[in-house]
Each structure stands twice: as C-alpha cells, then as structure tokens.
Design a protein around this ligand. Structure first.
Ligand SMILES: C[S@@+](CC[C@H](N)C(=O)[O-])C[C@H]1O[C@@H](n2cnc3c(N)ncnc32)[C@H](O)[C@@H]1O
Length: 256
C-alpha cells in the first residue's frame, strides 16, 4: 500500500483521475455522495482490475451530469454571457462569418450569446444534461447552436474547421495527460491563425482545479503549433451564493 489518497466529493474528476495513476495507493473517499462514491470505485476497478463496466467516458459525463442536474453548476455558472466574450464581441474581434467552438460549454451562456450575434457555434461538452440546458437556451433565444456530446480529448469535429475557440473552466478541470490530448485536438480542429480564449483558475483550491500556469500551457500547447500570450490575472465570477469569485487567469492562445 502506498500513501493514503483522499478524494473529496467536491472535485470534478480531474483530481480523481490523476490520483488513479497512483496504483497501489490506499483510497479514502470523503464527502462524496453515494452515487459519486460508486462512480469513483467503479472507475478505479475498471482502470486497474478490468472488472467494472463503467467506462471513463461514462464516469466523466455522469460526474458532470450530476452537477448540472442538482444545480451545483451554479458554483461556476452565473447564467449570462461572460464579460470577456461580450467585450471581444463588442469590439468586433470575433472572426466575421466564423465558426466558434465553445469547448466545455456547460449550460451554454457564451455559446448562445454568440449565436444571437450570427456566429455559427459548436457547443461541446461531456455532459448531456448541460447540453439539454444549451438546447433550451438556444430555443428560447430562437437561435441554432450545434450541441456536441463528446470528450474534448476526442472531438468529433473536422480538421481545420474552427475559426475561434473558447474555454472557460475546461482545461483547469483536466489532468495533465488529458490536457495534452485536448491541446492536440485543438491543434487539429483550429484553422491556421485561429485563436483560443482560455480562462481558468490560476491556483488550486483544496485540491480542486489543475491550475493554469505557464508551465502547464507550454506542456499543453506545443511551441511548434501554438503561440501563447501573456497570462493575465482576472477575477472569475460564478453564481454561487457563498464566495462567488475565483482567482482566475485569461490568456490568448493562437494556432500557428
Ligand atoms: C467548470 S465547467 C465550465 C462550463 C462553462 N464553460 C462555463 O463557463 O459555465 C466545465 C465544463 O467542462 C465539461 N467537461 C469536463 N471535462 C470534459 C471533457 N473531458 N470533455 C468535454 N467537456 C468536459 C463539464 O461537463 C463542464 O460543463
């Protein structure tokens, strides 16, 4: 047995998935509800002992589905387009007639807002419950958003078909390996010169978040394929009643 590893129920998967790499560790799962606990255990079994039937993809989407079903998603979602996206739109800096990908779109506030401005929008998320929220918002706004239920490390999107991408809170929830796979997928789907507006936590909170740092960005977005702009600290806002702010960072990544 290795060192005991504690998984707290509040984390959204990246931590659990990372720690699962520590074969032989002793697992202590705290504060998770029964359903999350069962997911963790089944996932561990499937990873190391090939006994459980729950695949990682299913584990991933069930975790997030739960957050969208129970309303826990208000811990990061405040129900309106983000100020960063609204500002870029106000200055006309999104590519005209472009296709925009919102990776890890959640309930789709940014995605639907951009669709109302006439952009073609692909909203991708691992949670089908989140995508139902996206579809509801789009229908209410009378716009079309293409909802894609997929893992961002394997996007069902054509090569070089995206003019601009958004990520608010996806990369900071991926472990290092999945982050690298995600970066590879972005390199494939982004057109030459396309930008990625990335926002995420700059520090870890009680083990939640795999923070966005210069080192992490260099590992995720290879020098030969991407340029990485300066990391600018921002305060990210959520819809949480208690403590609705997060020490975040915003950065412009560009496909070479
Ligand atoms: C913190 S939330 C942010 C949602 C949205 N961007 C926002 O700002 O409200 C992270 C989102 O990423 C999604 N997600 C997490 N891992 C994913 C993966 N591997 N592939 C696709 N989506 C994923 C979750 O379902 C969740 O909706």
């Amino acid at each position: 047995m290795g060192m005991p590893c504690v998984i707290y129920g509040e984390n959204h998967g990246y931590l659990a998935h990372t720690l699962m790499g520590e074969a032989g560790a002793q697992w202590i799962i705290r504060e998770a509800n029964e359903r999350q606990r069962a997911s963790y255990v089944e996932c561990l079994l499937s990873k190391f002992f090939c006994r459980a039937t729950l695949s990682y993809a299913k584990f991933l989407s069930e975790q997030w589905d739960e957050a969208y079903r129970t309303g826990q998603y208000r811990n990061w979602d405040f129900g309106a387009a983000s100020q960063e996206v609204a500002t870029i739109a106000a200055f006309g800096l999104f590519p005209r007639n472009g296709t925009i990908l919102d990776a890890g779109c959640g309930s789709g506030s940014d995605a639907v807002f951009l669709a109302t401005l006439g952009f073609r929008v692909k909203a991708l998320d691992a949670s089908s419950v989140a995508l139902d929220l996206v579809k509801g918002k789009a229908a209410k706004a009378g716009v079309r958003v293409e909802a894609i239920h997929a893992d961002a490390t394997k996007m069902p999107i054509d090569d070089a078909s995206i003019d601009f991408a958004l990520d608010r809170g996806l990369l900071h929830n991926l472990n290092d390996n999945d982050g690298v796979a995600y970066g590879r997928e972005l390199a494939r789907v982004l057109k030459q010169g396309a930008g990625l507006l990335l926002r995420g936590a700059r520090i870890s909170y009680n083990g939640n978040f795999n923070p966005i740092t210069v080192e992490r960005l260099r590992a995720t977005f290879t020098e030969s394929q991407f340029s990485i702009g300066p990391l600018i600290p921002i305060t990210m806002v959520s819809g949480a009643d208690k403590d609705p702010t997060l020490d975040g960072v915003i950065v412009r990544i560009q496909r070479r």
